[in-house]
Design a protein around this ligand. Structure first.
Ligand code: TPP
Length: 375
């Protein structure tokens, strides 16, 4: 079904405000929202899914109308608290329409980080008393309208309700262009850092294509993967994983390779790292201004000055790079500083079409890294 049909059904139900965190399975909806509304008054890309629910609550309080909140099912974890303690019938009883991409649906092959979340998605909604409908590929617009009538009735009764979207169920007839003025690719930047780091250094890389690129760069260089922890799920938590390692291994340099969307999702981590100031941690954020891995929707409308945030948070050495040459200098400065360092790397939006996925399992990754850290 075309996402435009879903949006027109929403408008008929009085929904005219949209927020959420993008998801590749909801690319049809995200692209349609971006192409039709941009990221202006009626559409905000939130920092995380819990924040998005808060925004929907505020919108309802001000207008009496529900808003739509889109998310990947991974984001349900971030949303559980405001769903249970804000929107629920036993608290403020406020409606919003969740549109949830169902990654890891049982019986559909998906990456390891989606398996558990895929298994528990419907039960989570049931436990939270959130009524839902499932949108699949075979559904016609008429089927959708019939099922959506019930969802509308729940919203009208001040209940939050959900549409769970299966793989391939939402199409898009518009093609927005995502981009920025930067030239260096994320893969180039990751390659420069991986090449220059010391042989005892360890890496924690963020959720999405960055980790897939790091994996392939190691393969291409004939290196092993033992020094890299690929945070395939848990978006926004790579820097705290890196802090946990850095604090216990003060004689080893730890690199966190983060994304701007991920860093923003749990920005509090930077404040905690800035307080603790481990001398052996270099926090690199690839700032492409986009959630590139899941399609390219912007991270923050006006752009994010990550260096200013890092300085305010207490990082000691702070640099910005926008080319392989300036990145070399920034890495040099970070490595010779010998104190908590931050590098913001301005990159283009995009990735190789033929980018693969890690061929090792998460537990092989864990064991190899743990053995490496004991050396
Ligand atoms: C909690 C959660 N919400 C959403 C997603 C879906 N997701 C995977 S990668 C990604 C974008 C990450 O953006 P950024 O950190 O800027 O990295 P980029 O893809 O641009 O390199 C999103 C939204 C997720 N994995 N987990």
């Amino acid at each position: 079904m075309d996402a435009l049909h879903l949006l027109s059904a929403c408008r008929d139900a009085g929904i005219d405000f949209f927020t959420g965190v993008p998801d590749s399975q909801l690319k049809g909806l995200c692209d349609t929202l971006y192409a039709t509304l941009g990221v202006k008054e009626k559409h905000i890309v939130a920092a995380n899914e819990g924040n998005a629910i808060g925004l929907c609550a505020g919108h309802f309080l001000a207008t009496g109308r529900p808003a739509l909140c889109y998310m990947q099912n991974s984001g349900l974890g971030n949303a559980v608290n405001p769903l249970a303690s804000l929107m629920d019938a036993q608290v403020y009883a406020m409606p919003c329409l969740l549109v949830i991409g169902w990654r890891g649906e049982p019986g559909v092959k998906d990456e390891p980080q989606h398996v558990k979340q895929g298994q528990v998605t419907l039960s989570q909604l049931e436990l939270l008393d959130v009524p839902y409908m499932v949108l699949d590929k075979a559904m016609t617009e008429a089927d959708f309208d019939a099922a959506f009538a019930e969802i509308r009735a729940h919203l009208a009764a001040n209940r939050t309700a959900a549409i769970v979207v299966k793989k391939g169920a939402l199409a898009c007839s518009v093609k927005p262009v995502y981009g920025n003025k930067h030239e260096m690719t994320r893969e180039e930047a990751v390659g420069v850092i991986a090449r220059l780091a010391g042989s005892r250094d360890a890496f924690v890389s963020t959720t999405g294509k960055l980790s897939r690129e790091l994996f392939e760069l190691r393969e291409a260089a004939g290196q092993g993967h033992e020094r890299d922890f690929l945070t395939v799920g848990s978006m926004g938590h790579a820097s705290m994983i890196a802090l946990g390692i850095a604090m216990e291994q003060p004689n080893r340099r730890i690199w966190c390779l983060d994304g701007d969307g991920a860093a923003l999702m749990h920005l509090g981590a930077m404040a905690v790292i800035g307080q603790r100031k481990p001398n052996n941690l270099v926090h690199v954020v690839i700032n492409n201004g986009a959630h590139e891995t899941v399609g390219g929707m912007p991270v923050c409308e006006g752009g994010l000055d990550l260096c200013a945030l890092a300085m305010a948070a207490g990082y000691r050495s702070v640099c910005r790079a926008n080319s392989p040459e300036t990145l070399l200098d920034a890495i040099d400065a970070a490595m010779s500083a010998g104190e908590l360092a931050f590098i913001e790397v301005l990159c283009a939006v995009g990735a190789r079409e033929d980018l693969g996925r890690p061929t090792t399992t998460p537990q092989e990754n864990r064991d190899a890294l743990m053995a490496f850290l004991q050396k």
